[in-house]
Design a binder for this molecule. Structure first.
Ligand code: ADP
Ligand code: MG
Length: 309
């Protein structure tokens, strides 16, 4: 037990059972802690398992195994209390189009049993710059406004932890920075923020800590500063068929190259050296390649480079 933790997850797994297809292991033994008061980024490509993780927290999906604690409260044995500590903004922008933002927030407050005099509907709408739209039909709202309305809805019961699944999906660029400001303001008021995204630069901008998942597995978790510097390192190991390879082209680049028999190890910073140029030089060495690997943590560097574009 640690009073500094907003969320503690131990050995969390999720299998989606299928009658027709093979079962899908969407979360594979994830252990993760999220500090109270932080802005935490859960990063990973499409299909990594981000929404599955969020949906389990939101009780929209059932875990297969593992343990979750929300501010030290057991998410299984004390689910109602645990849920009350979280406000979750789902990835899909589904809003009942025939209610106004004001009504939607009032209904949500009713669901949480918040008495009329304790409701903060206008205050919340104002915080998310929706006060002008309080009485407008939800169907007339833009994508960005809908996103903010969903955030407002998640804030109704004043949760300690606000969780946003892909908050910038469907939000235009101008509104994005506005959304970020709102999220930062909430964080300054002491709320823990968890966001998922498949864009590294988005997580970088906002988060103190980042976890990266891929195919249901946790592949990195560190401070944003460490993640960034750690990602700016790439190691490529190439096994050639013989030792007649010519890698003089690589000497033009700022990198560290070690040659041992038929194996070459190349270390470089992707921020300084272009991956494709290195790859071309390796390929045009005049010798057949037996095997090539990008070592361990560097795999996600490749995936991040790809997903950033
Ligand atoms: P992300 O949010 O990172 O894009 P998801 O959590 O939505 O990823 O999906 C993780 C994996 O689980 C994907 O392969 C997806 O197809 C699968 N999946 C998600 N929801 C279901 C479901 N309800 N039934 C079966 N498979 C699912
Ligand atoms: Mg998702």
């Amino acid at each position: 037990m640690n009073s500094e933790l907003a969320i503690a997850v131990n050995n969390l797994s999720k299998v989606y059972k299928s009658r027709s297809d093979t079962d899908k292991l969407a979360l594979d033994n994830i252990s993760l802690t999220i500090k109270k008061g932080s802005i935490f980024g859960l990063l990973g490509p499409n299909g990594a398992g981000k929404s599955t993780f969020i949906n389990i927290l939101a009780d929209l999906a059932k875990k297969t195994s593992g343990k979750i604690e929300v501010l030290n409260i057991n998410h299984e044995s004390n689910l109602i209390d645990a849920k009350r500590l979280m406000g979750i903004v789902p990835q899909e922008l589904n809003i009942d189009p025939f209610f106004t933002p004001y009504e939607l927030l009032e209904i949500q407050a009713g669901l949480y049993g918040i008495r009329k005099k304790d409701r903060r509907t206008m205050e919340i709408l104002k915080m998310l710059a929706l006060e002008d739209k309080a009485k407008a039909y939800a169907r007339t709202l833009s994508g960005g406004m809908r996103r903010r309305l969903l955030i407002a809805k998640a804030m109704v019961h004043d949760p300690e932890i606000l969780i946003l699944d892909e908050p910038t999906a469907g939000v235009d660029v101008e509104l994005r920075s506005n959304l970020w400001q709102n999220i930062q303001k909430l964080n300054q008021k002491g709320k823990t923020i968890i966001i998922t995204t498949h864009y590294l630069h988005e997580a970088e901008e906002l988060c103190n800590e980042i976890a990266i998942i891929n195919e249901g597995r946790l592949i990195a978790h560190d401070t944003t500063i460490n993640i960034k510097s750690f990602l700016d390192k790439m190691t490529i190991v190439v096994d050639y068929n013989d030792n007649n390879f010519n890698l003089s082209e690589l000497k033009n680049f700022n990198l560290d190259m070690r040659i041992k028999d038929r194996q070459v190890q190349i270390n470089y910073k992707p921020s300084e050296v272009n991956f494709n140029l290195v790859l071309n030089a390796i390929n045009s060495s005049g010798s057949k390649i037996n095997d090539m690997k990008i070592i361990e943590t560097k795999l996600e560097d490749v995936f991040l480079q790809l997903t950033q574009k």
